[in-house]
Design a protein around this ligand. Structure first.
Ligand code: AMP
Length: 241
């Protein structure tokens, strides 16, 4: 049976392209027989999100050819415990320093902490110099065309499932050595660092109620940025659990 990519984005105050505020976005790659039920669960998410109720919902469905799919193994998960935002950030910085310069680690936190509003995508940062490489600083780079394949034999919430799939695709991109993330969902304060094949799940990455989140992808390569962005935005990746 054929596979389909299904992507949803919802906004309040009209479509995104007409200035609407982004509420929710999600995507899956599923069998034809799952399309209808997945579409209805994506609509539910756009309508019932802690950030608000979408009055614009766009759903796009495209068939995917099996030849165009890259399969990658899921990152290993390490769960950490911390007591405060400060100790979480210290831990995240320590982990990142195995792949990223001190300067780049510091700059990534500075960039995320000064965001006036949520970006749609992620910041791309040079892992040595800490300089931003993404062309559009308001939008960043938006990773798309990914999902997990096969039965999940672990129980995890939808946040973590999506973050793990995204982080696995990002780490499978040649030239990317690490990622830092915390959510823009005001109720969800767990974040993560991904590097060296491990997804480090870290609680207390921000204060509860803070509606701003973000992601930084660290690049360490001479590979053209255009090729990295093309992989992140367009290559269809299915993560094997
Ligand atoms: P979330 O974990 O969905 O709350 O997202 C946290 C932040 O990560 C968002 O505010 C965006 O800046 C960024 N982000 C969310 N989805 C993506 C994506 N598909 N690709 C790149 N960055 C993303």
């Amino acid at each position: 049976m054929g596979l389909y990519s299904i992507r949803m984005r919802g906004a309040e105050g009209g479509p995104h392209e007409e200035g609407g505020r982004h509420i929710s976005g999600a995507e899956r790659i599923v069998n034809e027989c799952e399309l209808e039920s997945v579409a209805s669960s994506l609509i539910h998410r756009a309508l019932h999100h802690s950030k608000g109720k979408s009055d614009f919902i766009n759903i796009r469905i495209d068939a995917v050819s099996d030849n165009d799919i890259t399969y990658v193994d899921c990152l290993d998960i390490e769960e950490h415990t911390t007591k405060s935002v400060e100790s979480s950030h210290e831990l995240a910085k320590e982990i990142l320093q195995s792949v990223v310069s001190h300067k780049a680690v510091e700059n990534s936190f500075i960039e995320l902490e000064k965001l006036p509003d949520n970006m749609r995508g992620a910041i791309l940062m040079d892992a040595q110099t800490g300089v931003r490489l993404d062309a559009n600083h308001l939008r960043g780079v938006r990773v798309s065309h990914m999902d997990a394949s096969g039965a999940e034999n672990r129980s995890m919430n939808v946040h973590m499932r999506e973050a793990l799939v995204l982080a696995t695709k990002v780490q499978s991109c040649p030239g990317i050595v690490g990622e830092l993330c915390w959510s823009d969902d005001p109720d969800y304060t767990v974040g993560y660092v991904a590097c060296n094949g491990i997804y480090h799940r870290i609680p207390n990455m921000k204060e509860i109620g803070n509606p701003i989140g973000g992601r930084v992808f660290f690049v360490d390569t001479n590979r053209p940025i255009r090729e990295i962005v093309d992989y992140l935005e367009h290559t269809t990746v299915l993560v094997r659990w």
